[in-house]
Design a protein around this ligand. Sequence first.
Ligand code: FES
Length: 360
Amino acid sequence: MVFSLFKKKNKPTDNNSSNLKVLEVIQETPEAISLILENQNNWSYLPGQFLTIAVQPNGEEERRSYSLSSCESTDSNLKISVKRIDNGLVSNYLCDHSKAGQTLSCMQPSGTFTYKPDNKTKNLIFFAAGSGITPIMSMIKSALHDESNSKVLLIYSNKTSESIIFRKELDEYADKFKERFTVVHTLTQVSEDSHWQGETGRIDGLKIKKYLEQLSSQFSSTYYMCGPASMMETISQTLAEMGVSDDQIKQEKFFATQTESIEGDAGSAKTHRIELIYGDEMYEVPVEPGQTILEASLEEGVNIPFSCQSGLCTACRAKCNSGKISMKNSEALSEEEIKDGYILTCVAYTESDGIKVEID
Ligand code: FES
């Protein structure tokens, strides 16, 4: 790799973003749409990864990450789904204004909640609620198309039958891969006159045990979950009671369960000049006391990737090759990533001189 000399106040660099064309807008449910985006750069991605989108709903740039429900082996274009939420500035803007033919500023796929097919015979168990189905959908497609022996179980919770995202697609997969794929829907709001015959209520210990007992214990099992914090806690507790080890469980968290507070002020009380490598360039960035590495880089005109700015999505993941940093809320990174020196620049503060940070 060839680096230029140190740069200061450089032109913003954003090698990882592109304006993607919206090919189609699909109304999935009354509250959710899917956007089919042209993959004009042939971006490669793993099932479970997300795209970060930048829009200007109020004249100011806002970034949000949306999981891809498409899968490289089944879809030539990229597909994300967006669900309306109360006061959801970007989600509601996208639901109201998305049209085929427009372009959206997107950063290339990233994220560490991923599934890699390996064609071993195994059980894959997926839990999702509401729009948590999007990364799970991509993983299920990959498991069914790229493998031939894995048994796939999905337990999917929604309020009503009308709010089930990808219902038709899931039913078609359940029909096509009868021997390998089981989908269990459970609804939390069922009216008396509805003809719903499936499960009702949230995903709880009883349901989990009932369906897991039907899987062969001869094969190894891996569990993937994406949904609200309460659902993830219930599932984790039940799986722990059933003797499932932590390394068999993968989860996507888009909420903070706790904030790891750093003793005293964040970072040291001194300005540290860090070396930042991004896009084949090396920059020297002064990081002031109380500033995150992301804030300092953007202020210096080095436009490194980011999205949530809360340590949740990993869009700002970087590697710290030397020096000491501290992080608020590092739970989106695995223990292994932290051991390998990975940091989240949006919640990372400098603690020493000699810090060298590299963005993948
Ligand atoms: S921007 Fe989302 S984790 Fe840093």
